[in-house]
Ligand binder design. Structure first.
Ligand code: URA
Length: 433
């Protein structure tokens, strides 16, 4: 078998066999197939796509490139949730304790921020003392005893994805549906949960810009999961505006704690309850309506907050944060951004908000590889709200006044205010699977 011939086949849209795909993934992981050949093959995939069978074979080959976890000692049906990445997306921090409070088991491996999108691991690391690296035994024990554990991707899980992802970032081959599907699903399958709920986002703050593309990606991921013997559903959701009122690590943890107190509900709780209901449904806890009610009850009764506190304590974090969010890191400077005119908030461009937060220090860049956990934005209003001229739109947090001034400019460009209110768009577009 020659790599050159396989590149040419994909370029001509001739399907590869399972053995040919394994040859490519195995050879690349072991360093036998050089970067330039894998890049050429991935570019051919970007241009010509793959069949569902090829995508499935690629996912399984990537899963088998490293270790797979054995979750059997958890002692119950395990359920994982994955979001394709967005701005202000803190749902894992609500969903994991909600499902655990309802008797489900959520062993979760999450990622760090990618580009302009935030990462669950960075948010958790803003909690003083919180450790995102547990041994496999500690991870399984905590899931068994508390019902949820969230750690960073570790060990020798899917080394093929690590190498391929790094190469895709350098060769403009990130936004290919089969490659995204195989990258995400290989990691989900290597973790080994029985059920998987996917939150596939579309809009200005997501990798998929349209609901149609998100639906194609979602269908491929659900098909691949089912072919691998998993129960799987995908929820397609709107990421045209940031999710919730805060973007930034400690700021988002603070928002989560506030919402777990059950005193207020917003689009974050709407999505978290919908995802938790799907996870409980796939775990066999009842029909979807019963599961939604269970999730809602866990949130409003404060049981999910208790679970969150138990998870924080088990992973070395300060559990007092559930009542004292002032223990979370704070940025040195802040600035209130006010509305330049009266009207209605027509839109808040998510990607721009993500980039503003990145510049404030809430994410990693080549120049600033470390994170300012207190940096970010807290919005006082959302899309559709009426606003008076000079009323506060949001507060920006950063380490210097200069950074806050720069973010103010960017945010004023990202927030569109118009005389007429916008049409409301639903947060949940469709459910697949
Ligand atoms: N997240 C991943 O893990 N992989 C992708 O390709 C895109 C998003």
């Amino acid at each position: 078998m020659q790599t050159y011939d396989l590149i040419q086949k994909t370029r001509r849209k001739e399907p590869l066999t399972e053995a040919e795909i394994c040859f490519l993934v195995d050879g690349f992981t072991k360093g036998v197939i050089p970067d330039y050949m894998m890049s050429a093959w991935m570019m051919a995939v970007c241009c010509q796509g793959l069949t569902t069978e090829e995508t499935s074979a690629l996912t399984l080959a990537m899963r088998d490139s490293g270790d797979c976890l054995d979750l059997s000692t958890v002692g119950g049906v395990t359920v994982d949730k994955h979001s394709t990445g967005g701005i202000g997306d803190k749902t894992t921090l609500l969903v994991a304790p909600i499902v655990a409070a309802c008797g489900g088991y959520v062993p979760k491996m999450s990622g760090k921020g990618l580009g302009f999108t935030g990462g669950t691991i960075d948010k958790l690391e803003s909690i003083p003392g919180f450790s995102v690296t547990l041994s496999e035994q500690e991870f399984l024990k905590q899931t068994r005893e508390i019902g949820c554990a969230v750690i960073s991707q570790s060990g020798n899980l899917t080394p093929a994805d690590k190498k391929m992802y790094a190469l895709r970032n350098l060769t403009a081959t990130v936004d290919s549906i089969p490659l995204i599907c195989a990258s995400i699903m290989s990691k989900k399958l290597a973790l080994g949960a029985d059920c998987i709920v996917l939150d596939v986002k579309y809009g200005s703050g997501a990798f998929m810009k349209t609901a149609e593309d998100a639906a194609i990606l979602a269908k491929q991921m659900v098909d691949v999961a089912k072919l691998a013997g998993k129960k799987c559903r995908a929820v397609i959701t709107d990421m045209n505006a940031p999710l919730g009122c805060c973007v930034g690590n400690a700021l988002e943890v603070e928002e989560v704690i506030h919402l777990l107190h059950g005193e207020e509900q917003n689009r974050v709780t709407e999505l978290s309850l919908a995802l938790a209901a799907q996870m409980l449904f796939l775990s066999g806890k009842g029909d979807i309506v019963q599961c939604y009610r269970m999730a809602e009850q866990a949130l409003t009764s404060g049981e999910a907050l208790v679970k969150f506190g138990q998870m924080v304590a088990a992973q070395g974090g300060d559990p007092h944060i559930t009542d004292h969010t002032d223990l979370l890191p704070k940025a040195a400077c802040e600035k209130i951004v006010t509305a330049p005119q009266s009207g209605y908030i027509r839109s808040i461009h998510s990607e721009e908000v993500g980039l503003a937060c990145l510049e404030l220090g809430a994410g990693r860049t080549a120049d600033h590889p470390s994170i300012d956990y207190g940096a970010g934005v807290r919005f006082c209003c959302g899309v559709g709200d009426a606003i008076e001229a000079d009323a506060p739109l949001c507060t920006v947090y950063g380490s210097t006044q200069e950074l806050c001034d720069r973010a103010e400019k960017r945010l004023l460009d990202a927030i569109a205010i118009r005389k007429v209110p916008p049409q409301k768009t639903p947060l949940i577009h469709t459910i697949i699977g």
